[in-house]
Design a protein. Structure first.
Length: 351
């Protein structure tokens, strides 16, 4: 579990510390305030620490591995021309960007830094005491099931202008179904999703996904986008990537969806957080926030740990407000615009 993230002179953040809940974490802000950057840098740190045992060949984290792995992952996920482009540039001279990820455990902290002149160099300031056991999952704003056939092999053999989160998630989507003791738990988690989709996700030998409804398989390209997003989550549960523990990062899950589907997405988010997955979402949707708030008030979800984080443009960068409810994060302009429109609409109705 990621307990906190500290950023200093990183992209839009001069100095910010984020505290996270074990369950649901909601990052809210206008476009350009760094919502996605928080998800991406946290994801990169967790991913590198989860891949460490296989890629480093060591049972314990090493500085040598982390130096190259962190630099490569940040570059692949953010896609800057040079790594130093991620360092904040609000004054002349070389600036040092610092990132600290504190995981569960007294000595399990990853801290690294680089500066504005860095091309591919990262300094490791603190090595975590242990690797992370499970790969995180990152869901971008676009669904990936319709891209998956052949995407991973093409990505690894050609230059494609897509961030590496797309490749990482496509690999997880194509993994075999989980078997063994977890199958019962997986069926329980899948039940509400398959009911909402009115079908089950299937993968054929050619790597193409289908939605099977009542024995009739429909190509995933012909399924509504909102249902395809639910299908991604269902597939990741079926393969064991989102079962019992782990982290899910979801960037603007409401993107391009109608309110009915957003309600289903909100239910899925809270359901996963309640089931043991640490969930991080970035949004500026008032509808989604209200739906989440309504769900968290229900008896089944009241005990779900949650943290809301509000991002605000300030004179020295982005300011952060955080707490256990939406009321703790201050006024977000994008949300206020939606509220204002609702009020104007009601006032304009004929008597």
């Amino acid at each position: 579990m990621l307990e906190s993230l500290t950023l200093k002179d990183f992209t839009a953040f001069k100095e910010a510390e984020f505290d996270f809940a074990a369950g649901l974490n909601v990052v809210v802000g206008e476009n350009g305030t760094g919502k996605t950057h928080i998800l991406k840098v946290a994801y990169s740190g967790i991913y590198v620490c989860a891949r460490g045992p296989r890629e480093s060949g060591s049972s314990n984290p090493t500085k040598a591995y982390l130096q190259s792995a962190i630099a490569n992952k940040l570059t692949a996920v953010f896609r800057p021309d040079e790594l130093g482009r991620l360092a904040r540039r609000d004054r002349r001279g070389r600036q040092r960007s610092e990132v600290t990820c504190k995981f569960q455990g007294p000595a399990n902290t990853l801290a690294f830094s680089f500066n504005t002149t860095s091309r591919t160099e990262v300094g490791i300031d603190q090595v975590p005491s242990a690797w992370i056991e499970k790969l995180p999952v990152y869901l971008p704003t676009r669904e990936l099931l319709t891209l998956s056939p052949g995407f991973v092999s093409l990505y690894e053999t050609s230059y494609l202008p897509f961030e590496e989160t797309w490749r990482d998630t496509s690999v997880l989507l194509g993994a075999p179904l989980a078997r063994g003791p977890r199958e019962k738990r997986i069926k329980e988690l899948l039940a509400p999703l398959e009911e909402a989709m009115n079908g089950k996700v299937e993968l054929d030998e050619a790597g193409r996904f289908y939605l099977n409804s009542g024995g009739v398989s429909m190509e995933m390209h012909l399924v509504a986008e909102g249902l395809r997003k639910l299908a991604m989550v269902a597939r990741l549960i079926a393969t064991g990537s989102l079962v019992d523990r782990g982290c899910l990062f979801w960037d603007e899950p409401e993107s391009n969806l109608n309110p009915r589907i957003i309600k289903l997405i909100a239910g899925t988010i809270v359901y996963l957080a309640q089931s043991g997955i640490q969930v991080f979402i970035a949004t500026h949707s008032l509808f989604l926030l209200r739906e989440l708030d309504l769900l968290l008030q229900q008896p089944d979800f009241r005990r779900t740990e949650r943290q809301f984080i509000g991002l605000h443009r300030g004179t020295g960068g982005v300011d952060v407000m955080q707490g256990k409810s939406v009321d703790d994060i201050g006024d977000i302009s994008a949300l206020q615009e939606e509220l204002g429109q609702s009020e104007r609409y009601l006032e304009a109705e004929p008597a």
